[in-house]
Design a protein around this ligand. Sequence first.
Ligand SMILES: Nc1ncnc2c1ncn2[C@@H]1O[C@H](COP(=O)(O)OP(=O)(O)O)[C@@H](O)[C@H]1O
Ligand SMILES: [Mg+2]
Length: 308
Amino acid sequence: MSLVELDGSGKRVIMFGGKGGVGKTTCSATAAVHYASLGRKTLIVSSDLTPSLSDIFEMEIGPTEKPVRGVANLHALEIGPDEVMKRWKQKFGPEIYEAASSLVDMPYDELIDYVALAPGIQEEFMLDYVLEHVKDGTYELIIWDTAPAGDTLRLLELPYKFIEHLRSAPRIYMRVRDALSLKKVPFLDIIESWKALAEEVTSFMRDPQNTEFILVTIPEGLGVYQARRLVKEFHRFGLEIRYIVVNNVLTHAGTDFNRRRMEMQRGYIQILEEEYGDGRKILELPLFAREMKGVERLRKVERVLFAD
Ligand SMILES: Nc1ncnc2c1ncn2[C@@H]1O[C@H](COP(=O)(O)OP(=O)(O)O)[C@@H](O)[C@H]1O
Ligand SMILES: [Mg+2]
């Protein structure tokens, strides 16, 4: 059982999610190296605030895409919500101000900051920012190393709230328009374009042709608990998790300590098998002696995750 069956699937976005420290970045970087080596133009994006791609690829990666040293066809990018918000303001700020300043008298920064507080706007533009890179054809595939679980859910949930919020907005602005007896409120056009954007982004993410979500977890009580919660929450948003990577699995007993730990892990892996083995793929990734740094070690992980 391996991820190799995704090779020919034509997915555009593969997201890795799970709690902090379980191996999301390791699995994401491995998948990125794998697809880039197959000749697919790949971008790996990390939206986790703890910079980790820089560590794993042993080079400085920041908020602008950079070619990964030693891996053809692979670019990397580390970007957090603050940076996305900054770009959003640059992109939409002047337009929003021009449109809204006919309605309210507020200094530029205050007005833009106020609009930026709308629920879901940040998540919406994070998704849009990432998807822009596949939609415009710059990359064939995006591997997305997401922030720890709770944030990822927020990311997926809030665009829905954003759409809902925008649905009611036109009515409010209509009333403002009537009250001020204005002919045209340009703000309405902006809201319409955001709504279209938000709907496009959410439907892209929901389409299983485009997107795969892979859960990374560990064979411990907390890992099983997290897996349950995430599978359920994803389902609620109409998204299915079809692959679960169980990381840090002990493979050699050797000592009494290891033997007992292996027993503990087996118990939890069995629970995962029972609950998700039917319909979902469960992949075990062994605990390696050393931490995952550098492309050479990722190749070892690749041989497990993408085994023939
Ligand atoms: N299978 C493994 N064997 C050994 N070390 C691992 C393994 N998976 C991850 N690690 C190490 O564990 C730490 C956390 O992994 P990381 O991929 O950064 O997790 P996350 O991105 O989920 O926070 C890193 O130091 C990484 O090198
Ligand atoms: Mg990480």
